[in-house]
Design a binder for this molecule. Structure first.
Ligand code: GDP
Ligand code: IMO
Ligand code: MG
Length: 432
């Protein structure tokens, strides 16, 4: 049995898309288990750039199967648009893309309610991606969500939608003073349902059968550990389980069927949206790093907040996810850096903290403790062999691995598929 979770170890955008695309060559099934089209996973190869939001990156590899699991929230219009984009690039998904009948649907009213809720929060807003993700998960948990499988029975779908709409319209008017805009919704969704009908099935059965048959599975994480609904910087998080455990609940696969967890981290840290970020850099430094790392949201185009690598945060991510190997991306972005700061712990009101504070308010007040390491000030862009990295880069990576007590199995030195180092002798290398 060969199955691995690839999880974001920070606040998302760690380069999971690039890493999953690379690893996908060695796996038969690539499956998404959480989030929705709030994710933006960038893959670059043969001079083409793809940003996948709902469909797992494995779809770009001929012959591989891509699965959208029950833990994902699906906007069928967004899915159709993504399918169109892939078709335009000549990527045939026939028989290779699978969508869980248990996944919950996102409706336009979810986006409308999210917009109203964010506006009502004012300065305390979460800074969401405005895709309706939160309200769709709210409906799921409140047990009045509508699922992908419901699209296959028009009568049942109409009944459910009607009931939900009347409830939501009343809430929307009472809470935000606006009516719900639902004209033509049932017809639009049923038409989209017809389009995606061939994709819909039981994805848990599919994955478990595949594992039984000796096939390999890669679980493609979305978002990141610190955006997890339970373990992230609540309430400045997304609304799903972005941690490795989400692979079990979001795909119907038992924990005993997962062999390894690869945690993806940048050589530094970024975050989009509001919320505490202890190692955030002052404006000027952040602006420089943002320019070098092209740190703008793949989905929303928003400038990403930039900061130093935070080993206190990563230590927490290693524990929460059971990370067995680390993948460090964007090493090349530090090529011109004279000195590199790395956070090795936090102080709260003068006292060293051993653990990640549970409250976002407390995390916002910690003072990071830094170690300064020398930069390498030479070119690592596109390097494929660890032995060719400058000494200071190797030392930086060793410092990270030693501190966390976890191997670094892969290093990314550019956005392109082949700008990748697989570290010989590591557990991760044995999976490739
Ligand atoms: P994801 O959400 O974790 O898949 O990450 P995103 O795709 O949102 O953001 C990562 C960005 O960094 C994308 O633009 C990638 O093309 C780019 N990227 C990934 N790895 C590297 C790398 O090693 N070096 C550089 N310079 N860019 C990278
Ligand atoms: P990938 O998979 C980075 C952030 C949003 C916001 C918070 C809640 O590309 O790493 P939501 O729309 O989910 O309710 O927004 O979560 N966020 C992400 N940040 N990468 C992502 O995905 C994200 N998905 C959500 O910016 O702060
Ligand atoms: Mg992204």
């Amino acid at each position: 049995m060969k199955s691995i979770v690839v999880v974001g170890a920070q606040w998302g955008d760690e380069g999971k898309g690039k890493v999953v695309d690379y690893l996908a060559a060695s796996f038969d099934y690539i499956a998404r288990c959480a989030g929705g089209h709030n994710a933006g996973h960038t893959v670059i190869y043969n001079d083409s750039r793809f940003v996948l939001q709902l469909i797992p990156c494995g779809i770009l590899r001929p012959g591989k199967h891509a699965v959208i699991g029950s833990g994902v929230v699906v906007d069928p219009a967004a899915l159709a648009a993504e399918l169109d984009t892939l078709a335009k690039s000549g990527i045939d998904v026939t028989g290779r893309l699978h969508l869980s009948n248990r996944a919950h649907l996102i409706f336009p009213y979810h986006r409308q309610m999210e917009k109203a809720a964010e506006a009502a929060r004012g300065a305390g807003k979460i800074g969401t991606t405005s895709r309706g993700i939160g309200p769709a998960y709210e409906d799921k948990m409140a047990r009045h969500g509508i699922r992908v499988g419901d699209l296959l029975n028009s009568e049942r779908f109409r009944e459910k939608l009607e009931r939900v709409i009347s409830e939501k319209d009343a809430v929307c008017r009472a809470t935000y003073g606006v009516p719900l805009d639902t004209a033509g919704l049932a017809e639009q969704y049923l038409a989209l349902g017809e389009r995606i009908r061939p994709l819909i099935g039981d994805s848990s059965e599919l994955i478990n059968d595949a594992l039984d048959a000796g096939k390999s599975v890669l679980f493609e994480g979305a978002q990141g550990t610190m955006l997890d609904i339970d373990f992230g910087t609540y309430p400045f998080v997304t609304s799903s389980n972005a941690i490795s455990g989400g692979a079990c609940t979001g795909l119907g696969v038992g924990p005993t069927r997962i062999n390894a967890v690869a945690g993806v981290t940048k050589a530094y840290t970024t975050r989009v949206g509001s919320g505490p970020f202890p190692t955030e850099m002052p404006d000027l430094e952040a602006t420089e790093l943002r320019a070098r790392g092209k740190e703008y949201g793949a989905v929303t185009g928003r400038p990403r907040r930039c900061g130093w690598l935070d080993l206190a945060e990563l230590r927490y991510a290693v524990r929460i996810n059971g990370i067995t190997s680390l993948v460090v991306t964007k090493l090349d972005v530090f090529d011109t850096q004279k000195e590199i700061q790395v956070c090795t712990g936090y102080r709260y009101k003068g006292t060293p903290l051993k653990e990640m504070p549970a409250a976002a308010e407390d995390l916002a007040e910690v003072t990071p403790e830094y170690r300064t390491l020398p930069g390498w000030q030479s070119d690592t862009y596109g390097v494929q062999d660890a032995a060719k990295l400058p000494r200071a880069a190797t030392d930086y990576l060793k410092f990270i691995a030693d501190f966390l007590g976890v191997e670094i199995g892969m290093i990314s030195t550019g956005p392109e598929r082949d700008a990748t180092i697989v570290c010989a002798g590591t557990e991760l290398a044995s999976w490739i």
